[in-house]
Design a binder for this molecule. Structure first.
Ligand code: BG6
Length: 493
């Protein structure tokens, strides 16, 4: 990648510095940006965690993490060693007022207080409030300080409000960066470019031309080692739909913002969230389908059920799959269903948006033209595909039609490596650019819509349906669309 100008120098202070997110995502992302010349050579990355490690021990762990998560071809020995030199470690329990704050303060005080400080909370959200309070009491929240919050922000509206209130007591809203890593994906940002730079799409982006929309984020992995968190506090609705899929929905459905200024974009997204038709607890059987994976086959391998993944003798009603029908009460989207779907242990790893256009009202051809379909592939194989009807070139007596695709594959078209979403987001925080982060009112509006669905499910208004691992989910998901004569993308092929 071309060398980009560096951002202003900074200290990145990571709470949860020995955790999985830091090792798997944050350090590799910062390494790539360092290698591309965007991280100043005097920047510091200060990891904190409870383990009593020396700086050298932490650096050794970090180096191993880079080797585990970055292809060898991108790891030049000299660059790795210069990057590792940026790392510091302070053994500290951020949630405890009496912990070793003096060491962190001493380290931070080595640089002027005007230096940008990013406090990245890669810990349990239950600790966010206490960590922020301790930072504040220790006098470590300077004018140039920002805080980054990982999801989940709460498990419902009330708990989200409690977290936001506790952080908001110590940081102003414009210094709070709530990460949704889907917004860091190039192809998700590309939705804005595709829609608002191409009149050919935007003119058709209404219920006049669009029949229905599908947004899918399917994974082949199971809960892996996260069973305890996923089962107790999450499930698919909270883990994927409340944040990632609703954010993608907002970008697909929002009106054109007046500018690319963060608040203009976020105001438009918020209007979409406010316009979502509520799904009341008694209606969940009509609008939602939820499932849990059983034993099955993924990529040719036999895999266990969700319950087996949780451990022996465990029972659980937690959903690992959700499909739902959302409606947006607006002039633009009246009568256009937005089907959202996400699940673990599905047939393929695939995140995409499918815009199904309406059929031609009449045909002069021997066969009816298929309705156009625009597919925006978020991952993998990032790209955009438009299906069109063309003349069937095989010799026949009449002029018959055949479907073909106009297909752009971004990696091939632009010949670049697609960066991981964290690479973009981590330095946006340093730049103080919140466009790809979630504002508090968006989090609240999303929970307000999700809460009644959770309530309906807790009363068992929509039964949990099992589905074999390696499939596209339970039968209920198919029925959700069949009621309106619609099909999921894989059933159209
Ligand atoms: C995370 C969820 O936010 O997103 C995980 O907590 C999920 O459960 C992951 O696996 C999916 O992200 P991606 O980028 O692989 O689609």
């Amino acid at each position: 990648m071309a060398h980009l100008p560096p951002v202003d120098t900074f200290d990145y202070i990571v709470f949860g510095g020995t955790g999985d997110l830091t090792m798997r995502k944050l350090l590799p992302a910062l390494y790539y940006r360092f290698r591309d010349g965007q991280v100043p050579t005097d920047a510091r990355i200060i990891a904190t965690a409870r383990s009593p490690l020396s700086r050298e021990e932490y650096q050794a762990r970090a180096q191993q993490a880079l080797h585990d998560h970055i292809p060898a071809s991108a790891l030049e020995a000299d660059t790795v060693s210069r990057f590792i030199n940026l790392l510091y470690y302070v053994s500290l329990n951020g949630a405890e007022a009496q912990s070793n704050w003096a060491d962190l303060r001493a380290l931070l005080d080595r640089e002027p207080a005007t230096r940008i400080r990013v406090y990245y909370l890669a810990t349990s959200p239950a600790l966010y409030g206490q960590i922020c309070e301790n930072l504040s009491k220790q006098g470590l929240v300077t004018e140039q300080s920002r805080v980054v919050l990982e999801k989940p922000i709460g498990t419902d509206l009330d708990s989200a409000n409690a977290i936001n209130d506790s952080v908001g007591r110590h940081f102003p809203e414009n210094h709070i960066f709530r990460i949704d890593h889907y917004l860091g994906k190039e192809t998700v940002q590309n939705l804005i470019a595709l829609r608002f730079a191409n009149p050919v799409f935007e003119r058709l982006w209404t219920s006049d031309a669009i029949d229905y929309v599908q947004i899918t984020a399917a994974e082949t992995v199971g809960v892996e080692g996260r069973g305890a968190y996923y089962d107790n506090k999450s499930g698919c609705l909270r883990d994927m739909i409340q944040n990632h899929l609703l954010q993608v929905l907002c970008l697909v459905a929002m009106d054109p913002p007046v500018s690319l200024d963060a608040d203009s974009v976020r105001n438009e997204k918020l209007k979409v969230l406010h316009a979502l038709k509520p799904i009341n607890p008694s209606e969940v059987a009509i609008y939602t389908s939820r499932g849990q994976y059983m034993r099955g086959h993924v990529n040719g391998q036999t895999v266990g059920s969700y319950l087996e993944d949780l451990g022996e003798g465990v029972t659980s009603e937690t959903e690992t799959f959700v499909a739902l029908k959302a409606e947006i009460l607006s002039w633009r989207w009246g009568n256009v269903p937005f089907y959202l779907r996400s699940g673990k242990r599905m047939a393929e790893k695939c995140s995409e948006v499918v815009i199904q256009f309406k059929s031609a009202p009449w045909t002069i051809f021997a066969n009816k033209p298929a309705a156009n379909r625009l597919i925006i592939r978020i991952q993998p194989d990032e790209g955009v595909m438009l299906s069109v009807s063309t003349k069937d070139p095989t010799p026949t007596d009449s002029l018959t039609l055949r479907e073909a695709d106009i297909n752009i594959e971004f990696e091939k078209a632009f010949n670049i490596r697609y960066p991981d979403s964290y690479e973009r987001l981590l330095l946006d925080v340093v730049r103080g650019d919140p466009i790809l982060f979630i504002r508090r009112d968006e989090v609240e509006a999303a929970w307000k819509w999700i809460d009644p669905i959770l309530q309906g499910w807790s009363k068992n208004e929509a039964p949990l349906e099992p589905y074999p691992a390696g499939t596209w989910g339970p039968e209920g998901a198919r029925n959700l669309l069949a009621q309106s004569g619609h099909l999921w993308h894989e059933d159209m092929k």
